[in-house]
Design a protein. Structure first.
Length: 193
């Protein structure tokens, strides 16, 4: 049985782990810990200028990143979230300097509100987490914990198994003038939005 309580404590203390998300296994760390974020980049050999998607437990958490939504955006998000859609937001200039370690000089961040209630429950306890796929940059995303352990061995602090997760990543979109622009096609089909 997964030890979520232990995972929560480790993440709060700046640890890094592998968990099942609503799309793929993710290599997760708290967004409030720059050292943990950098550790994820190092473990993945991730391009330093490529921001990670951030998992949140509710719409209100966007305010922590200086993001305020207008009525049109709130209605659009209600159609997309919760679900496997990651949304790119521009950050206000007042907050970009303090979050450079997250946005990597792009001045944008992508967020996802997962459909999984157990994942949202975890996020309520840990706060927002970066969650890139559990693999090195050039390798295929891990579809099982066994594969994730081959990639990272004892270099991460914990693993939570969630069965086989072989699928596509989240669909990545941007909101522009009240419209949804698909940046990366993924698991979610957006023809009805």
């Amino acid at each position: 049985m997964p030890n979520w309580k232990l995972a929560i404590n480790i993440l709060k203390k700046g640890g890094v782990g592998v968990i099942p998300t609503d799309t793929l296994y993710g290599l997760v760390a708290s967004v409030s810990n720059p050292e943990a974020v950098d550790r994820v980049y190092h473990l993945k050999n991730r391009a330093p200028d490529k921001p990670c998607i951030i998992l949140i437990s509710s719409l209100t958490e966007l305010k922590k990143f200086g993001i305020t939504l207008n009525q049109t955006e709130t209605k659009l998000l209600a159609k997309l979230w919760p679900g496997p859609v990651s949304i790119i937001f521009s950050l206000p200039s007042t907050i970009t300097k303090s979050l450079t370690y997250l946005h990597r000089s792009t001045n944008t961040l992508s967020f996802r509100l997962p459909k999984s209630t157990s994942l949202r429950s975890l996020l309520k306890k840990t706060g927002p987490l970066i969650a890139p796929s559990a693999n090195q940059e050039s390798a295929r995303p891990a579809s099982t914990i066994k594969i994730a352990k081959k990639y990272f061995s004892d270099k991460v602090d914990f693993y939570i198994a969630g069965g086989k997760l072989a699928g596509k990543p989240s669909t990545l979109v941007a909101l522009q003038a009240g419209k949804i622009i698909v940046v990366r096609h993924g698991v979610a089909k957006l023809s009805k939005v």
